[in-house]
Ligand binder design. Structure first.
Ligand code: ADP
Length: 211
């Protein structure tokens, strides 16, 4: 059983997943210093892993995107997550969430940018984590804007994690939202660790009190 929660931060490209995951991990590092036990959160950027290991199956020229070999990717992620003691604490950052087995994940955060103008500008002009301009255009731009308007990722998340409270949708329009969201997720992490420790000690006591 893991000691720390695994979290997916998902949402349409450009909603702020990487920004949020990075800030959340920084917050966990700072805040852990004053918390009784460190909660070591670690970033798992699926885009980065796919690129690093070339888990690409093909290239979709119409959508100007690589098609990921999901089987290879999941085999790799499973090894990463189970590595060491399999303690958890992974912050998985990807626009797809419903390929991961339900049991790998404790919380699914779907970021939403409901201001279409802001979102459009992010996709056309902002830079990604590698400092490359996104420059989305044509069908790729249209499909992603539509996906965000219709809440496609949130719907996929709720279908994949139907249990009440496992999926939360958080607004990510302004910089203050990132800060607020990280605080919220961090509070949730601390609570999860506390509940989990209590549950485990309860189980141990239960084991001991046999015949
Ligand atoms: P994703 O990982 O979801 O593709 P990024 O984290 O790379 O998105 O963010 C895309 C761009 O939008 C970046 O330039 C980032 O600074 C900006 N951004 C993301 N979220 C917000 C937000 N809540 N407020 C202001 N800018 C944001």
């Amino acid at each position: 059983m893991r000691k720390f929660p695994n979290i997916i931060i998902t949402g349409t490209p450009g909603v702020g997943k990487t920004t949020t995951a990075t800030q959340l991990i920084e917050l966990a590092e700072t805040e852990s210093a004053s918390f009784s036990e460190k909660i070591p959160l670690k970033h798992l950027s699926i885009n980065k892993i796919a690129k690093q290991h070339n888990f690409y199956e093909s290239y979709d020229s119409e959508l100007q995107t690589h098609v990921i070999d999901e089987e290879k990717l999941l085999d790799h992620i499973e090894d990463v997550i189970a590595d060491g003691a399999g303690d958890g604490g992974w912050v998985i950052d990807w626009h797809v969430c419903d390929v991961f087995p339900e049991r790998w994940v404790d919380l699914v955060v779907v970021l939403r940018c409901e201001d279409t103008q802001v979102f459009y500008e992010r996709l056309t002009t902002s830079k990604n984590a590698d400092g490359e301009s996104r420059g989305y255009e044509g069908k790729k731009l249209e499909e992603n804007v539509d996906a965000e308007i219709f809440g496609t990722v949130a719907e996929e998340a709720r279908e994949a994690w139907p249990e009440q409270g496992q999926v939360v949708e958080l607004k990510s329009v302004q910089a203050e939202d990132v800060e607020e969201n990280c605080e919220r997720i961090w509070e949730w992490c601390k609570q999860w660790v506390k509940n989990n420790a209590e549950k485990q000690s309860g189980e141990e006591e239960g084991d001991g009190g046999g015949d």
